[in-house]
Write a protein that binds this ligand. Sequence first.
Ligand code: XIL
Length: 383
Amino acid sequence: MRLRHLLAVGAAGAGAMLGIATAAGASPFVASPHHSVAPDSLRALAARVGLHVGTAVIPFDLDHPDYASVLASQFSVVTPGNEMKWQVVEPTQGTFDWSGADRLVSFAQQHGQLVRGHVLLWHNQLPGWLTTGVANGTISNDQLRNLLHQHITDEVTHFKGKIWQWDVANEFFTDSNPSMINPNDFWISHLGTGVIADAFRWAHAADPHALLFYNDYNIAGEDGSNAKSDAAFAFVRQLKAEGVPINGVGDQGHLDTQFGFPTQMTQDLQRYAGLGLKVAITEADVRTFVDGPDTQVPTDHLATFAQPYEFSQMLKACLAVRQCISFTAWGFGDADSWIPGFFKGEGFATLYDVNLQPKPAFFDLQQDLQLAAFGAPRRFDGR
Ligand code: XIL
């Protein structure tokens, strides 16, 4: 990913100014109360209703003190953007590299933050040795299944006791054929649909206390028709009925101002919750068309209103559902966002601008959380 414009934001950084206390060695399951965070920070405000506000983190964020300060001071749960993906943790078969993920987990522990593990079963960012082996027939389907079982066991065991929520399975529905699990998915085509339930069982066996999530995009009405949500709902209901150890559903929440806000989001989240599941917004961002990747100024001036509006609506959908236990943004600065690299011509998707200054979306979320303390249902986060 290209790193953009890192202008100095005062070396003191928000965290230092706010007097972030760290407690090295603290349990990750001991969260913010032990840390002095500013009472108007997102994490402190969210804590008043039992919600965790999070962000995806890339090494860049930890390398730059101004980013690390914002990370520590505003968020109470972190997700590694890439560092727990199979491609990263086992680049060569049998050779593991946990260093990036360990570094983030240790940062989280020092700052009283929880960790969302991401991701165990997904068709993307798989190691080359695995996909090549499957393609050239040197890895049979039986071997593939064993390798997956081993991978999930290795990874969940490595982080045992340190992960609050695991994204066990990711993106098994498509927008083009939303009514069923994608039969052409790498895992489904080789191992059948049952592999998803098995992944939950294997993860549960390795860490019985982690909350296990099914995670996907456009499963809270973002497609307009709600077809993908209907399919995901039917699927997780079936998993629950079969006694599969699934604890939650994550809606990624990658929105785009050109499509308008999904009006069904609260009802869709509530519907999952009605199955006895937790829900979470796991990868929130709201993108729009911009002048260029370095400056990320919206080209349509109305987008400067639509972007914070959609962020705020998404948070409110979560706040309205008692079982919604975390709201995670996919990166917190436009300079560390994946959007310009993946959606041509788009950006401005996060809470802070390219110079790490808070944008209207940040202040809207802050205000929503302030108001929530006077009326949103208090949630129990499952710990
Ligand atoms: C993205 C990362 O942010 C990028 O850095 C990486 O190159 C590709 O993956 N849905 C997911 C995330 O579940 O893992 C993806 O993360 C974004 C879409």
